[in-house]
Design a protein around this ligand. Structure first.
Ligand SMILES: Nc1ncnc2c1ncn2[C@@H]1O[C@H](COP(=O)(O)OP(=O)(O)OP(=O)(O)O)[C@@H](O)[C@H]1O
Length: 748
């Protein structure tokens, strides 16, 4: 295998003017601190970022102001997903370094913009200020030391890290390097080939020319079977779950077959995990279904000459999925986990789904807690938005996945075990070790050519290139809406008060779909037409247990009611990009609640709507709460239970699914819920790992840097059967699909 090159830097030399025009904040601490305070007052910088500077200044009084400015900006980047500050990029686009308000915000007496402060500053001057042995370690010279900041010089730029994040990156890099270069005994070629044939069938085309002819799932399974670290990435419905279930069956069959010879039957200890409770519950459901439907007879025969017992094999494939926090043993009030490098997890295989949501800190913790000999398999969609926390580990690792870069050695091996010859475009003499461990599934089995959702997601996701210019992409994306697909609708709004938005959230805008959404065939017969929130609120009213029932004696009746309401809620979700303003969660939530109240679907005063609890309020958990067993991302609905001994009186409880496959409901007192928000409108960021029958994405009316290709793609791919795009501003979608998230990290 080639030497691992995770560290290659791609930044070109920044083209900066060669002049220095100094500004007071460049050389005067008081001026710098005053400037930072003004930024904090405006919400452009977090108080935490300034506090770091105050701390560093107090501890090491003569730190250069330009160094302290860089430290404040580096700290600020963490809150925006970047693990470090890239000086050249910051000089090229200074105003992206702070959280400036969206265009059009009215600000009187604004503080100086970063572009004014940094105007005329040359990269070399800034770099020179970043040499302070008390404050900054120099990673390039192996002198990272134990300073609070670490500097890494790359071709054409310099990156400044807060030490903790630099350390995470180092830890991940070393851990992956170890996993990719340590030999793992590969199963005998014949056994593996037969086992793969048993699971996927024989290869039909030995020389494949297009992606649809290749069985990518089989190739992914083969690659993951020979590595301690592997990634299976792919868009929605490309078969990540299907593949991993077969991979687990394969590994377990090989293990049981091998153990037979030794007179033992110790199966592999396999664990499944996901970053959020919601994602875990979803994988739980789909994995359980797939394991049940898996035909294991041929595999059991292929894996061992004596044949593996099928029942033992099936039982040895787990279906229970936990959250990463639970797996690692998260403890309240500390970021340290029970399982860590000095107390490793006891497992042989770990599968992590929705890996795009795993941030750098969690990935470092996870790798640190894994026994060195265990296998780690990451599943996820590399094109989805990354976690809101710092780092986009999956995206970074999969940067080269499109072209695969399989070496001749890998390609030959795949031909032997999977019977397929890869087209040349997926082969490379310069493939890196990491490339050989990554498989990208390229064919969606959920969204075929007749699906507007699939076509739209594809058009949005397609990167720009010399033969796909911005105007082509804009035309392609808009074109999808004009082709008469039955599952997508476009709703044009005049402004944020447009009653069409109310109609969308109340009834789902069926008129926007072909035949009002009627007569569409799904897997299990005709699909119900798209709905809005009326559906779950009518379910709530229609399935309410009789007034004389009570929770203690009629628990199942109440649980069934809650289940029906929660399921009905999953039929529609409005997504938006922003938090603030009329187009953000904060503006949309009360507006939607009022629209539902006008329809007589909810009953609550204005004050209750704004802040309080009311029957029917849907809530999203925003922080893990271990004492209640609720995870970030869980959705619950507020229901009313009869008050024991007080006929006619009720009390509100938020009902959450237990997420453990039991179907039980957790009934939680509203006052015990510390971190929840109303979720009539949900940000696309929070929707990751979830799926809704009808998803409506509403875009703001003004351009905003948060609107990116990844965000739009993630929003669209939350839709299972129906998708509505609602927009008012012209050109917002066009602009968004052309903007890509650039996450600064040094992982690749
Ligand atoms: N090779 C295949 N041939 C036919 N159908 C398939 C194949 N692979 C997967 N499917 C079907 O496509 C659907 C999606 O598969 P699966 O759930 O494995 O995909 P996924 O990538 O995990 O999806 P998600 O977007 O939910 O993460 C399932 O109904 C599955 O049965």
């Amino acid at each position: 295998m080639k030497e691992l090159d995770l560290f290659d830097d791609l930044n070109p030399e920044a083209d900066r003017p060669q002049r220095d025009v100094s500004h007071a904040a460049w050389h005067d601490h008081a001026a710098l601190l005053a400037l930072l305070q003004r930024w904090v007052d405006r919400g452009w910088l977090r108080p935490l970022d300034r506090a770091l500077v105050v701390f560093l200044h107090r501890e090491v009084g003569d730190g250069h102001p330009l160094l302290l400015l860089a430290a404040a900006l580096a700290s600020h980047q963490l809150g925006r997903g970047h693990v470090c500050l890239d000086l050249a990029q910051t000089l090229a686009a200074p105003n992206l370094a702070l959280s400036l308000p969206p265009e059009g915000d009215d600000l009187s007496d604004p503080p100086p913009l970063p572009s004014e402060i940094l105007d005329g500053l040359h990269l070399d001057t800034w770099r020179a200020a970043l040499t302070d042995p008390m404050l900054v370690g120099e990673a390039n010279h192996g002198r990272a030391g134990n300073t609070p900041l670490v500097r890494l010089d790359t071709a054409g730029s310099t990156r400044l890290y807060l030490r903790r994040y630099w350390q995470y990156e180092q830890d991940i890099r070393h851990a992956l390097h170890g996993r990719l270069t340590n030999d793992l005994p590969t199963p005998p070629t014949d056994t593996l080939r037969q086992a793969l044939e048993a699971l996927f069938g024989e290869a039909t085309a030995t020389q494949a020319h297009d992606d649809a002819q290749l069985d990518w799932q089989k190739l992914a399974c083969a690659l993951a079977a020979r590595s301690r670290f592997s990634v299976i990435t792919g868009g929605p419905g490309t078969g990540k779950t299907t593949t991993v279930v077969r991979l687990l069956a394969l590994l377990q069959a090989l293990q049981l077959g091998q153990q037979q010879g030794k007179g033992s039957d110790r199966p592999l200890r396999i664990r499944l995990a996901a970053p959020t409770g919601k994602a875990a519950a979803r994988l739980n459901e789909s994995i359980a279904k797939q394991v049940e439907g898996l035909s294991l007879l041929e595999l059991a025969t292929a894996a061992s000459t004596d044949g593996v017992d099928i029942r033992t094999l099936r039982e040895a494939i787990p279906t229970e999925v936990t959250t990463l926090h639970r797996l690692l043993g998260s403890r309240p009030d500390t970021r340290h986990f029970r399982y860590n490098p000095s107390n490793r997890l006891s497992l042989d295989v770990l599968v992590v789904d929705e890996a795009s949501m795993v941030d750098i800190e969690m990935m470092a913790a996870l790798l640190g807690a894994l026994p060195p000999r265990a296998r780690l398999v990451l599943l996820g969609d590399k094109d989805q938005l990354a976690s809101v926390e710092a780092g986009a580990v999956l995206g970074d690792l999969c940067q080269r996945a499109e072209a695969a870069h399989y070496t001749p050695e890998t390609s030959n091996w795949l031909a032997q075990v999977a019977g397929a010859t890869l087209p040349e475009r997926y082969q490379s003499d310069h493939g890196q070790a990491l490339d050989q461990a990554i498989a990208m599934l390229r064919v969606s089995h959920r969204f075929d050519a007749s699906s507007g959702i699939g076509q739209l997601a594809q058009a949005v996701n397609r990167p720009l290139s010399s033969d796909h210019q911005p105007k082509d992409k804009r035309r392609a994306v808009r074109g999808v809406f004009q082709q008469g697909y039955a599952d997508i609708a476009h709703l044009r709004l005049s402004d944020s008060d447009d009653p069409a938005l109310d109609r969308l959230v109340v009834d789902g805008n069926p008129n926007g779909f072909l035949n009002k959404g009627r007569g569409r065939a799904g897997r299990d017969g005709e699909l119900p037409p798209p709905t809005g929130y009326r559906h779950y609120l009518e379910t709530l009213a229609g399935h309410r247990p009789p007034a004389d029932a009570d929770l203690e004696h009629d628990r199942e009746t109440f649980d069934a009611w809650a289940r029906a309401v929660i399921d009905a809620y999953g039929r529609f979700q409005l997504l938006c990009a922003l938090r603030k303003g009329p187009w953000g969660v904060e503006g949309l939530n009360p507006r939607i609640a009022r629209a539902l109240r006008r329809q007589g679907l909810i009953h609550a005063s204005d004050a209750e709507l704004e802040r309080g609890w009311y029957l029917g309020r849907p809530v999203l958990v925003t922080r893990n709460d271990y004492s209640l067993g609720l995870m970030n991302g869980d959705i619950g609905i507020t229901l009313a239970l009869p008050l024991p001994g007080q006929p006619g009186e009720t009390m509100l409880r938020a009902a959450f699914p237990s997420n453990d496959g039991s179907g039980r409901i957790k009934w939680v007192l509203p006052s015990r819920l510390q971190a929840v928000e109303t979720v009539f409108a949900m940000t696309v960021h929070k929707s990751q790992g979830s799926e809704f029958t009808h998803t409506a994405l509403v875009l703001p009316d003004a351009p905003n840097p948060i609107l990116t290709r990844e965000l739009i793609y993630t929003g669209i791919t939350r839709a299972k059967d129906w998708f509505t795009l609602a927009e008012s501003g012209r050109g917002i979608l066009d602009e968004a699909v052309l903007r890509e998230v650039t996450r600064v990290s040094g992982l690749t």
